[in-house]
Ligand binder design. Structure first.
Ligand code: PMP
Length: 408
């Protein structure tokens, strides 16, 4: 019965209409439902104009569509106000905005930025660069064998020099959810701010920025069944207000002279240049799609399928799941190795079986080094994946050692 329900969900996604492939690379990007594509088409066919500046009706319509999408993101993340939602291109740009604006304005020489060895490069390099510029120090937490940052190690790493803690809620390699609420509380007691990379959590669970009390949270639209080129960064209003702009140009100003300028109100202060209205409209439709299914359904479904997938992988000799094997709270992301087989060979053999998975360093090279492997393979689930997808993956997985010339 459940599988029939999922098959109906799959039918909402045009790419699967005549699919001869099994898509299991959802942590990289997700497929888009008809409703997202239609919302974008409708916007471009009936409402497109340059928003925020035109005084004619069409431009006002485009402005309204854009600001309505912002309110949808606000409600999706449960932010207090729409001004706290800044549209960006993706999670990477959101994290750069925080590092470049907040970091440059408030970090001082000798300050510490605490991150984890598990971070995606997009939550590492922006901090590396601003630390270098400001003479601040980057310090790293390491996960235990379950892929989790322990409370003890977190407490040990905090000291009064730590001004920023930046961490992914869910690692794109190990898939476990960190105990963000506890870490945020400790961070605030330490008079520091907490920056959350929500790229791999927002697609899988109800992220509530007020309940989590994070100071910033970034995510990408393309990983939540929306289009590429749009994402958002949430920031607490009192912090955003005291931060300088990140990019300069049109739309983000209040008044300009030859020598200087003053800044527009939030959120426009952080949205320089012509914005991506079509993308925002698509993201809004994606949020509506997710909310119609509901996160309680999505979480339950993804947990059930993850368990099925993990149990199947554990039965195959020479397959090793990294981190999340022992983790209770993973989000459909399984990273693995096979004895004696290079991950690129795994992905290629998978491809010959029409199974799409990821191989490589997953933009997390320091984590790969920490785990002692230059690269791994990763299979990741989305809300439309079926047991049939997982079975195709498992069947292909069983052939790999043989295909590489190993006898069992
Ligand atoms: N953080 C994490 C944990 C991710 O998985 C990703 C995407 N792989 C990003 C950040 C960056 O997302 P984007 O490339 O969409 O900016």
């Amino acid at each position: 019965e459940r599988e029939k329900e999922i098959a109906r969900i799959k039918a909402d996604f045009p790419i699967f209409k005549s699919a001869d492939f099994f898509y299991l690379d959802n942590a990289a990007t997700t497929q888009k439902p008809y409703t997202v594509l239609e919302a974008m088409k409708n916007y471009y066919e009936t409402e497109n104009a340059n928003p925020l500046r035109g005084l004619y009706e069409l431009s006002l319509k485009a402005t309204e569509a854009y600001e309505k999408a912002r309110v949808s993101v606000q409600n999706f993340l449960n932010a207090k106000s729409a001004e706290e939602i800044i549209f960006v291109r993706n999670a990477t740009e959101g994290l750069n905005l925080v590092a470049q604006s907040y970091g440059r304005a408030f970090l001082k020489e000798g300050d510490e930025i605490l991150i984890t060895i598990m971070e995606h490069h997009s939550n590492l390099i922006p901090w590396q660069q601003i630390a270098k510029e400001k003479g601040a120090k980057l310090t790293f937490l390491e996960p235990n064998e379950e892929g989790l940052i322990s409370l003890e190690s977190f407490k040990k790493a905090l000291n009064d020099k730590v001004k920023i803690v930046a961490m992914a809620e869910v690692s794109n390699v190990l898939g476990n959810r960190q105990d963000i609420e506890t870490f945020v509380k400790l961070t605030h007691e330490n008079n520091a701010i907490f920056v959350c990379d929500g790229a791999q959590s927002v697609p899988h669970r109800k992220v509530d920025v007020q309940a989590m009390d994070v100071d910033f949270l970034a995510f990408s639209g393309h990983k939540v069944y929306g289009p590429m080129g749009i994402g958002a960064v949430y920031g607490k209003k009192e912090l955003l207000e005291k931060m300088p702009p990140f990019l300069f140009g049109g739309e983000m100003i209040e008044y300009v002279t030859k020598e200087d300028a003053t800044w527009a109100e939030l959120p426009h202060k952080f949205e320089a240049g012509t914005v991506n209205v079509g993308g925002a409209v698509g993201l809004e439709a994606a949020i509506q799609y997710i909310e119609k299914l509901g996160f309680s359904f999505i979480e339950e479904r993804e947990k059930e399928l993850s368990e099925y997938l993990m149990a199947g992988m554990k039965e195959i000799p020479h397959v090793h799941i990294l981190g999340s094997e022992k983790g209770k709270n993973h989000h459909g992301i399984m990273t693995f190795t096979i004895d004696g087989v290079h991950p690129h060979d795994i992905a290629e053999i998978m491809d010959s079986h029409k199974v799409c998975i990821r191989a490589g360093h997953h933009c997390a090279q320091p984590l790969m080094k920490f785990m002692g492997t230059p690269s791994t393979s990763r299979v990741s689930l989305g809300l439309y994946n079926t047991k049939e997808d997982v079975d195709a993956f498992l069947a292909a997985l069983k052939t790999i050692r043989g295909a590489m010339g190993y006898g069992e």
